[in-house]
Design a protein around this ligand. Structure first.
Ligand code: NAX
Length: 327
């Protein structure tokens, strides 16, 4: 039986995270071993020679599922009829650059990209923004795609979610596969809130397995600062783990979250948990057939509610800083 290829766009394709993601996607780790794929690799003009090298390596892998590779610095070519988009491309924070400058500079990238996706991508496209500040970049892209639903855009907090699962597994001496129902709330920033209130470890509530002090004073800051610790150690930011999380995020969104578990995704807020609408905010989500649903019926304690408010305030301030870039 002939199976039609799915076309996947990857921005920032000449960058570090993309280099860790592209080969895994071409090997079938995103859509499975029966689904042929075509890759549209997008970057800025000066990166095209380097991208040519990546294309040669893809040929040299002779991946059975890989049917086509397009390289482009033209958004209308790059996003034409794509089914899925991984947006890694972004400007790094330069020396002396304030967070507000970074928001502005990257906002200018994500507006035109959202517009091009709106014009030429598949009407069922699913978009994941990884480039920082990821949540607000995703909001800008969604605002520039009025013919699509805001729910077709998301930002990545999955790396933070997996970091939290892994540290809890190590602290309790369990295999990480036994850690379910972790929640990562809010913004992909040091303000993010990793929440173990509903987490289960090998069937036991996590709260019964760890001290409250360890959770608040050690675990939460460790997850919030993990990206910075990786940069200190490697001299470069997380790449393989970020690529892994991006593939997990998209795979669960499209193919579904496991039964009896959920994941954390930054998605358009519809007011659930009292979070202001029109923000891209990380919530616990269940997915099925490329649709996500926010798990909206969890009780929050005062501590959790305060952390959500802090994250909401930070994202509202980010939105205000790019107000003129939102159409
Ligand atoms: P790199 O600097 O290695 O790569 C970025 C790539 O984007 C470069 O090839 C650059 O030419 C390209 N680019 C710049 N402007 C572009 C445009 N207008 N269109 C297309 N491509 C463009 O960064 P890398 O280490 O790959 O990180 C990519 C992004 O992920 C960064 O913004 C980084 O901060 C962010 N991260 C987000 C994480 C998350 O959990 N959400 C974690 C990892 C990472 O820090």
């Amino acid at each position: 039986m002939h199976v039609q290829s799915k076309r996947i766009a990857i921005t920032g394709a000449a960058g570090n995270i993309a280099y860790q993601a592209i080969f895994r996607i071409a090997a079938g780790e995103f859509l499975g071993s029966q689904q042929p794929v075509a890759l549209n690799l997008i970057d800025i003009h000066p990166a095209m020679p380097s991208l040519g090298g990546t294309a040669m390596e893809l040929e040299d892998c002779a991946f059975p599922l890989l049917r086509d590779v397009v390289l482009s610095d033209d958004l209308e070519v790059g996003f034409a009829e794509v089914d899925y988009v991984f947006m890694f491309g972004a400007r790094p924070r330069g020396k002396g650059m304030e967070r507000s400058d970074l928001l502005q500079e990257n906002g200018k990238i994500f507006g035109p990209q959202g517009q091009a996706i709106n014009q030429v991508a598949s009407r069922d496209v699913r978009v994941l923004v990884i480039g920082n500040p990821a949540n607000t970049n995703a909001l800008i892209a969604a605002h520039h795609a009025p013919d699509l639903e805001p729910s077709q855009f998301s930002a990545m907090t999955r790396l933070d979610h997996e970091r939290a699962r892994s540290q809890l597994a190590m602290q309790t001496g369990n295999p990480v596969a036994e850690v379910t129902r972790m929640i990562l709330w809010g913004n992909h920033s040091p303000q993010m809130h990793p929440d173990i209130s509903y987490c289960s470890v090998a069937g036991t509530p996590a709260r019964e397995l760890v001290e409250a002090d360890w959770y608040r004073d050690t675990f939460i800051p460790m997850i919030q600062q993990r990206g910075a610790r990786v940069i200190e150690a490697r001299g470069a930011s997380s790449a393989a783990s970020a690529a892994n999380a991006a593939i997990l995020h998209m795979r669960d969104w499209v193919l579904g979250t496991p039964a009896n578990d959920w994941t954390s995704m930054s998605v358009w807020s519809d007011g659930t948990y009292g979070v202001a609408e029109d923000l891209i905010f990380s919530f616990p989500c269940r997915c099925e057939n490329s649709a996500h649903q926010i798990v909206g019926d969890l009780e929050l304690d005062d501590f959790g509610r305060e952390r959500l408010k802090e994250n909401e305030a930070e994202l509202l301030a980010e939105r205000d800083a790019v107000r003129e870039l939102l159409s």
